[in-house]
Design a protein around this ligand. Structure first.
Ligand SMILES: [Fe+2]
Length: 206
């Protein structure tokens, strides 16, 4: 039983501005590890259930369960992240996106200031613009590691990786703000619009 078929759609993200092909290659290999581990843990958990060892008194079972959220979260968030980047990025958000963030933040600039603020927070994690599917309200969140702080059922709209591996080959650790600007220069705003428009939270693999 696999949680996810292996990367069936290639991410076309060579030639980005300010994020080197070397970084992208290394990052995709790291992503491959999350896919592999998600599938491996899913299989190991199924086997644990078959052997009737799925008990809180079994430390191995508890550790697998704890790790499942980390690996699964890492896989899913990287898929959103890679899918939102394009070498053809114009750096200019669409009118649809602008009006969506104006509703919740007052202006695009307000939204971006807050999103960049989240992205510059200390620690390893993600800055994510989520949409509450019930109220359509948009809010920026800091996701520690891959799984802590995720509002359940919320739809990811803009997903930015700010783990150091996302930029250390191109920038110094203290230059995260330069990487964040590079991320913005490469955003595929049509993909972001699709994230807003699609009723379900979808990502381009299957
Ligand atoms: Fe990453």
């Amino acid at each position: 039983m696999h949680a996810q078929s292996y990367r069936t759609k290639e991410f076309k993200i060579a030639g980005l501005k300010g994020i080197s092909d070397q970084t992208v290659e290394m990052h995709l290999k790291l992503y491959d590890g999350y896919v592999k581990n998600t599938n491996l843990i899913t299989e190991q958990l199924a086997e644990t259930v078959r052997l009737k060892k799925a008990a809180a008194t079994n430390p191995a079972y508890a550790e697998l369960k704890r790790h499942l959220g980390f690996e699964y979260g890492g896989m899913v968030l990287h898929e959103y992240y890679f899918a939102s980047l394009t070498p053809d990025g114009t750096g200019t958000p669409t009118d649809e996106f602008r009006s969506a963030v104006e509703e919740s933040f007052g202006s695009f600039e307000n939204w971006k200031t807050d999103f960049v603020g989240v992205g510059n927070m200390r620690g390893v994690g993600w800055a994510i613009l989520y949409q509450d599917p019930v109220t359509q309200q948009l809010s920026n969140h800091w996701i520690e590691l891959h799984q802590q702080g995720v509002p359940s059922g919320f739809k990811p709209i803009v997903v930015m990786d700010v783990w150091e591996h996302a930029f250390l080959l191109d920038y110094k650790p203290a230059e995260r703000d330069k990487y964040i600007e590079a991320f913005f220069a490469n955003i595929d705003w049509h993909r972001i619009d699709a994230n807003l428009t699609n009723t379900a939270a979808t990502r381009p693999v299957g």
